[in-house]
Design a protein around this ligand. Structure first.
Ligand code: SF4
Ligand code: SF4
Length: 121
């Protein structure tokens, strides 16, 4: 993940997902066509997730193994430190948890985590 995209994500996804805007059927893009060149950063893939990774920062040694292995570039890092997980894009595959040599990433139930977040607000 580039420094720029990290900055965008850390500021709270300060971009507009143009496909999230409601359109009528005449305004929908044709199926199976890629309208613009680009990357998956504009697509919210995190809502497919049934489990989410939680990093125990007391045990993390910032080795970047999870960052290297994540297939969705969803491990956030800056200045040589792991900062957390981009939950907008993380699909919950669990590769990071499997590969972490310190075993300090736990996969937790997404629905339970969302409930806890709602209660905490
Ligand atoms: S792989 Fe584990 S120890 Fe290494 S940076 Fe990721 S969470 Fe930390
Ligand atoms: S669960 Fe999968 S997509 Fe999410 S941060 Fe870990 S490796 Fe990346």
């Amino acid at each position: 993940m580039t420094e720029l995209s990290n900055e965008i994500l850390l500021k709270g996804y300060g971009f507009v997902d143009k496909y999230a805007v409601k359109r009528n059927w005449e305004e929908l893009p044709p199926g199976c066509c890629i309208e613009d060149a680009g990357c998956g950063i504009a697509y919210q893939t995190g809502d497919w997730r049934s489990e989410r990774p939680v990093i125990d920062f007391d045990r993390c040694v910032h080795c970047f193994i999870c960052w290297v292995y994540c297939p969705d570039a969803s491990i956030l890092a800056k200045d040589g430190k792991i900062l957390g997980v981009d939950l907008y894009h993380c699909k919950g595959c669990g590769v990071c948890a499997t590969e972490c040599p310190r075993k300090c990433i736990s996969m937790v139930d997404e629905a339970s985590a969302l409930r806890e977040e709602a209660v905490a607000k």
